[in-house]
Write a protein that binds this ligand. Sequence first.
Ligand SMILES: Cc1ncc(C[n+]2csc(CCOP(=O)(O)OP(=O)(O)O)c2C)c(N)n1
Ligand code: SF4
Ligand SMILES: [Mg+2]
Length: 286
Amino acid sequence: MSLKIYKVNEEFRDIVPKEVLDLEEKATWGNPKRGVMDLPYAKELLEQHSLCAGCPESAAFRYILASLPNPEDTIIVNSTGCTSLVFPHIALHTVHSLFGNQNSVASALKRVLEWRFPDKVKDVVVLAGDGATVDIGLDMTLQSFFRQEKITTICFDNEVYANTGGQDSGETPKGMEFKMAPGGKQWDKVPMWQLAVDSGCHYVAKLSVSSPKRVEQVIKKAIYVAREVGPTYVHLYTPCILELGLNSDQGLWEMRQRDKERFKFFEYMSEEAKKVIEEKKKEGLI
Ligand SMILES: Cc1ncc(C[n+]2csc(CCOP(=O)(O)OP(=O)(O)O)c2C)c(N)n1
Ligand code: SF4
Ligand SMILES: [Mg+2]
């Protein structure tokens, strides 16, 4: 596959807008050391999105896409929800699966790609909401961990079914009320990150997306470990500012509050994962 995705016609070089020249000149394709520091310059994967203004999911998307070590050979499997609104804008291979089936689809895709391209690394990443990952898709999520599929699962936990107007999910904290769940959640938040550890994931992290550099490191670790060892899981807090009744500039503030409590940083690595992460650090890739 050519990495020259954007090639400006020489005849028009002096009249095309700078944004288009930037896409060609500052592209990060093929550079495994790409990261969130490239975000102000490189816009080749996601420039615009159709989420609510200020939605932290949009920041999470940018940080994750900037952190993929090999975007040209990465396939993202997603599910229905607010996240799925962004996929049409992404310059990457993506698959929109039936709600809840995302880890089954990703498992099959990873196996077929290994068979079809035995000499190439193809990363398969699942990216779905808490309703899709933890509630309706939990069976498929856990079974992919039990089978030790070499995929990374990223959950965008906004603690609610946002795209359908605000029903509570397994990730909603106890007592929290939403427009379509006015009675308040009766049960505690499901510790999905711990379930992932108990179900055989080799690298697991829980965090908010308040720190771009930390998100980058977690994503890189999760992808390298999935490539070489087995399933990995990243649980990200991406609050739904609309359902929480916050302004578009309050997402970061909300995440910083939760960083001190239920989204305090959690990280787990199996012994095999630790070795891979050490190697990649020595190579300067993490
Ligand atoms: C098979 C199926 N069941 C139910 C739905 C309805 N549905 C669409 S989005 C959604 C909620 C998604 O919640 P979540 O995964 O948390 O993502 P969010 O919108 O919060 O980002 C549901 C239940 C659907 N589209 N398909
Ligand atoms: S409804 Fe909530 S999660 Fe969905 S785009 Fe808007 S702020 Fe983000
Ligand atoms: Mg949700």
